[in-house]
Design a protein around this ligand. Sequence first.
Ligand code: NAP
Length: 323
Amino acid sequence: MKSNEVLVTGRMMPLVMEQLESRFTLHKLHEAADRDALLAEVGPRIRAVATGGHVKTDAALMAKLPKLELVANFGVGYDSVDAAWAGQHGVVVTNTPDVLTEEVADTCLGLLLMTVRELSASERYLRAGLWEKQGAYPLTHNTLAGKTVGILALGRIGKAIAKRCQAFGLKIVYHGRSQQKDVAYPYYPTLVGMAEACDILISVAPGGDSTFHIIDAEVLRALGPKGVLINIGRGSVVDEGALISALQNKVIASAGLDVFEKEPHVPAELIALDHVVLLPHVGSASHHTRGLMGQLVVDNITSFLSGKGPLTPVAETPWPPKG
Ligand code: NAP
């Protein structure tokens, strides 16, 4: 196995690095003083890349690796990998589905409760000593009671969120690019139609061109002045400028965001707003779940390079290859 050369594009957790280092000849792009020189030297020998959302694994990078066969992405979302290019050039892309589904759904429910019941604002109130000085925190205008949740992208995580929302007594509707066969929740063929019909819009849509800014000013207007937006999917799905304006002008009531357009940058206008809950992309961020994700990256590379094929190939690069 050591004769197989693997490229890591950015810092990865120790359990990934240690296993990859013990099994393969590993090259670390992020530690190279001269990345182009490293790629020129080892690029022709690289069979697999381990990567994550921190670095773009685009056509320009992959084209420098003529023997590349596999890109193993840390994360279920792989919008930072040009999977279409990979598919056209015989390169398999893998991601880390399922192992993070429940964790992200749990985080989403936490974010939902924090936003609707103003839990972080009320905690800030207590810590500032205002409970003693000014009395009880004001009653929240919003509540979960009797509300309808509209889920954008009812995939693995969306369905786990729906299950939790049902346990909270919420009504569930959804929108996505296709109607799901295994659920009975009402489907809305348009996002604006669903936004009009729901009180709380939860987005768990993947990033990429097809979802870029699909939550725009029109969708936010349809959600309305009592509406709440929760985004646990990808920052690029929401037009952040339109969202800031909608929050400032009370076009919607509030928002809870785990993801942003230009992470780790969060616009000062959002930070200035008290009726917004902001989390630093922590949907899957427990040792338990990140460990499972890291192990799946290692297992995909090990399985592939020992001739057993990838474990979790993405839709654009099916295995075995079609045709
Ligand atoms: P999934 O099972 O593949 O579900 C994705 C869903 O999105 C599918 O139902 C798919 O429709 C739908 N979809 C795809 N493109 C669409 C489009 N253009 N318009 C509307 N719907 C579209 O993926 P998952 O495991 O649930 O993960 C979903 C996303 O969550 C990831 O891609 C990632 O961006 C995000 N995520 C965030 C965190 C975090 O820490 N905040 C953690 C993990 C994942 P079909 O059913 O027709 O395929």
